[in-house]
Design a protein. Structure first.
Length: 304
């Protein structure tokens, strides 16, 4: 029996060689509050379709690894409580125990690769947390990018992370970090992290060719495409800095760490910005879904 279950729409797209874009479920269950998360999950899928590709939202439901969810499954996940947050370490345990879990960037990449899906769009990836020199908190997303051949479109890494250290680790791991259409590394809510990105590409087709070239070279791992948030939706870095500091201090005061840290910070920043952080998050994730669909479309059009 196959280890992952494709939805009929995703199976049909794969069989016909049409472009498919993988989507994660942790942003639904742990990254955004109910009920906005449901509406946003649907809009992300619609954006992928409008840009010519089939969306495949990925999650483990009652032990089954689903690649492509029906609307009712997304609705149930969006309001479920106590859903596990799955990365490489806990994916197999969740499936073996017949439980339900949302996939992070790392686990979504694993499932996408199994299903033959080369492109994945999300909001932001995990990275090296601030204070990692003492906490050792480095997201498994970085290691996954070095070993699983999926191109991940994100809006850079969030400013709650230590961005210079995140770039250093990605370089060590051999992960290309490609800023889309600009020289500077985007920083999620803001268009620039104040750091130059290692690489820059301006065309979806070129990103698709680079993905294919890695495969031909036999290099394992994927690419990180850092797509800047649309200008109209950006929250300037200067405005986010004190909010992030406050949220981080609150996390320390409440003893939050490990898997709970990223969801806690996102929720706290949502409260502190009175919802503005979520509006920006929606704009950037839709922007990434559109670019992901264009890259996936270029990829299936490449000569074999
Ligand atoms: N970035 C966001 N929203 C999120 C996440 C990242 O803007 O919800 C999630 C992703 O699923 C990512 C995970 O893979 O957080 C990283 O968690 P950690 O830092 O615990 O590895
Ligand atoms: Mn972590």
């Amino acid at each position: 029996m196959s280890l992952c279950t494709l939805s009929p729409a995703v199976a049909a797209a794969r069989a016909a060689g049409r472009p498919v874009v993988a989507l994660e479920s942790t942003i639904i269950t742990h990254g955004m509050p109910w009920p906005q998360n449901l509406d946003i999950a649907r809009r992300i899928e619609a954006t992928v379709r409008e840009n010519g590709a089939e969306p495949a939202t990925i999650a483990v439901i009652d032990g089954t690894l689903h690649v492509g969810l029906e609307d009712g499954q997304i609705e149930a996940l969006a309001q479920a409580r106590g859903v596990a947050k799955l990365s490489r370490a806990d994916l197999a345990v969740c499936m073996a125990e017949g439980r339900t879990g949302a996939t992070t960037v790392a686990a979504t990449m694993i499932a996408a690769a199994m299903a033959g899906i080369a492109v994945f769009a999300t909001g932001g990836i995990g990275g090296v947390h601030r204070g990692a020199e003492t906490s050792f908190d480095v997201s498994a997303d970085l290691q996954e990018l070095s070993q699983t051949p999926v191109t991940v479109v994100a809006a850079g890494a969030k400013a709650i992370l230590d961005l210079p250290k995140t770039l250093e680790v990605l370089e060590t791991l051999g992960v290309p970090v490609i800023a889309y259409g600009q020289d500077m590394l985007p920083a999620f809510w803001s268009r620039s992290a104040g750091l130059r990105a290692p690489l820059r590409m301006d065309e979806a087709a070129a990103i698709a060719r680079a993905h294919a070239m890695r495969g031909r070279l036999g290099l394992p791992g994927g690419q990180l495409v850092a797509n800047p948030i649309p200008e109209a939706a950006e929250i300037p870095r200067a405005e986010m800095t004190p909010v992030i500091s406050r949220a981080m201090q609150d996390a320390i005061d409440h003893g939050i760490h490990g898997k709970d840290l990223t969801p806690y910070l996102l929720q706290r920043i949502f409260e502190l910005t009175e919802g503005r952080s979520l509006d920006a998050n929606v704009a950037l994730v839709l922007n990434n879904a559109a670019l992901g669909a264009r890259i996936a479309t270029e990829l299936v059009a490449l000569p074999a």
